[in-house]
Every structure is written in C-alpha cells, then in structure tokens.
Design a protein around this ligand. Structure first.
Ligand code: E4P
Length: 238
C-alpha cells in the first residue's frame, strides 16, 4: 500500500513525513496556488523534506497536448526520475499521455470521475490514475464503485512486462491512486476496492490511527507502571 500526502504545506509535510511511512506527496493547481509562492521553490522545498527517493506528483497547467508535452519534458529535466506529472483526463490530456508514455515519461492521470477515464488513461500509458472519491460521492455517484469496476477491468487486461516495456519503454504496474477523501472510511473502502495507493489531506491523514480507546489504554498502562516504577523506562531497569 502507498500513502501519499495531498498538500504543499511545508510544515504539515514535515510533521507527517517524520511520523508516517509516506510514499510521497501529491499536489494539484489549487493546492499549489494556496501557498502563494514560486512553483519551483515549492517543489524543491517539498523534495528537501521528503528526499528524492520519494515520489512527488504535480500537475501541468497547459490545456493543449502541445503545451502539456513541453511542460512535462521541462519538469523531467528539472526534477528528475521520481517526479510524476499529473495530466487531466481531457481529450488533449489523453493525447499528451499517449505521446509522452511512448518516451518513458511517468504520468499520473487526474480529474477522474468515471471508470472508463481510468481504463483509457491506463491504456494511454499513465501509471497512476487518480479517481476523486468524495467529488463523486458529493453528487450521489459512488467513488468506490468506480474504483471496483476499473480495478476489475485492469486486472482482466493486465499487460505482461514485455508488452509494457515495448509500449511504454519501462516496466510498471498501473495503479489506482484514490484521491479526494473527506474521511477515513472512504479511504478504507477505496483500498478494499483495489486501489494500491491513496492520497490524503493532512487532516484526514492524522485520523488514520486515531482511536480514543487506544489513548485510554496508554493512559492506563502509564499510570499502572508509574505506581510501581515511577518515571523509569526499560533502559533504567535492564
Ligand atoms: C487529487 O489528485 C486531488 O489533488 C485531490 O485529492 C482533490 O481533493 P479535493 O476534492 O478534496 O479537492
């Protein structure tokens, strides 16, 4: 399972990266714009915290395949191998993915609200496909059903390593990257539906392991221990 953090807030990335086993960070144009800073500085600051061995996803700003292709080439030159460019599943976006994937570029398809958008982006050579779970749920559709259907179709049509290498110049497994979550339950169900990756905002992220009974249990252990051993830990006793 891969957990990504969906934010460009440096302090939040620092805090969560120190504690949790995150695979990297995802951003989108709204998340970047919220920081009101230079784009390149934001990306470099994020890399300074997570390290270049982790994955960073950022979205193109162009709306035509031509511009998108140029942006992706520039981004790869600047930020290197573990940078994934998010490209929307518009006709121009799919057109760009088709060209870029033949050249081994690492692509994350975004703005996804249907299973067919996932399948089409995977066929065009995207490695990650990011369905917006809560935005689907918000209008009475089911983000989870979108993931379930797409995962099933992707599994039936799984490409061999040779096919993948021939078509996209590198070997990778297409992965559903669940996105746009408002609570932990949505994340959990998305994982059960077949998503191998999820991207989650800091506030939802911090609720993953929260449980009041865990806190209660720790308080009880601590007070029972202190009654007999005071504030000693095992290093003092062994
Ligand atoms: C994913 O690619 C998006 O950055 C994000 O998850 C959208 O989340 P939102 O619907 O909460 O804005």
């Amino acid at each position: 399972m891969e957990y990504f953090l969906d934010t460009a807030d440096i302090n939040k990335i620092k805090k969560i990266n120190e504690i949790f086993p995150i695979a990297g960070v995802t951003t989108n144009p709204s998340i970047i714009a919220k920081e009101k800073r230079d784009f390149k500085l934001i990306i470099n600051d994020i890399y300074d915290i997570i390290g270049k061995d982790k994955i960073l996803h950022a979205q193109v700003a162009g709306n035509t395949a031509d511009i998108i292709i140029k942006e992706v080439n520039r981004l790869r030159d600047l930020f290197g191998e573990n940078f994934y460019t998010k490209i929307p599943v518009t006709p121009e976006g799919i057109k760009a993915m088709k060209t870029l994937s033949k050249d081994g570029h690492k692509i994350t398809a975004t703005g996804i609200l249907s299973s067919q958008q996932i399948i089409m982006a995977a066929e065009a050579g995207a490695e990650y496909m990011a369905p917006y779970i809560n935005r689907s749920d918000d209008i009475g559709e089911s983000g989870i059903e979108i993931v379930k259907d797409a995962y099933r179709i992707l599994t039936i049509n799984k490409k061999s390593e040779e096919e993948c290498l021939k078509k996209y110049k590198r070997i990778f497994e297409p992965k559903i990257l669940g996105a746009s979550f408002k609570n932990v339950r949505q994340v959990h169900e998305t994982m059960l539906a077949g998503a191998k990756s999820v991207t989650v905002s800091p506030d939802v992220f911090e609720r993953f392991i929260y449980h009041p009974y865990t806190d209660w249990s720790m308080d009880k252990f601590n007070s029972d221990w202190e009654e007999i051993y005071g504030n000693k830990n095992l290093l003092d006793l062994l």
